[in-house]
Ligand binder design. Structure first.
Ligand SMILES: [Zn+2]
Length: 174
């Protein structure tokens, strides 16, 4: 019954994220680490992809903190290595906090996973064109800093799991 046209990520959307640093892969291509937890290649391949500053160390350093588009966030993909660090209590339609029923966000670097255990829950995240109904056993991924809200459709039982990529292996001097 899932409507794949309406699940996260079909629309080729991207989300601007902040650059934390750079490293080279085994093939000597540049990879940026982003504050969402994703890493992506950047390549200077004009005219499709123009990053003329990549070869210059000072120019790379100047880009730390700047934003770049993250397609994996646009597709609602959890970063590699993301691990759960907290789970809310079980909510139902009577005790679901009002704050979750109106637009709110998860802080930078942290991800959420809405899990429905019973009933039906509407999950809305306009920035990624997501508006879907989750039923028992279904879940939705919430990228950092994207406004979203939920709405019980009758009786429901749900929880939210929070995940993040453990800090650590960003190379120095990148
Ligand atoms: Zn991302």
């Amino acid at each position: 019954m899932t409507d794949s046209a309406n699940t996260q990520g079909g629309a080729g959307l991207a989300v601007p994220r902040r650059i934390l640093g750079f490293e080279r892969d085994a093939a000597d291509e540049w990879i940026v680490h982003l504050d969402c937890g994703h890493r992506r290649h950047v390549r200077h391949r004009p005219p499709l992809s123009e990053y003329p500053w990549l070869a210059d160390a000072a120019a790379r350093a100047a880009r730390v903190g700047a934003s770049i588009e993250c397609g994996r966030c646009g597709r609602g993909e959890l970063p590699d290595g993301a691990a759960a660090y907290r789970t809310t209590e079980l909510f139902d339609e009577t005790n679901l906090p009002a704050g979750l029923r109106r637009a709110h966000t998860i802080r930078a670097g942290a991800w959420g996973r809405v899990e429905v255990l019973a009933g039906r829950l509407r999950f809305v995240m306009p920035a990624l064109a997501v508006d879907r109904v989750l039923t028992a056993g279904e879940q939705a991924i919430i990228p950092p800093e994207l406004p979203h809200h939920v709405e019980p459709l009758g009786p429901v039982r749900m929880q939210v799991v929070f995940l993040r990529v453990p800090p650590g292996d960003l190379p120095h001097g990148s």
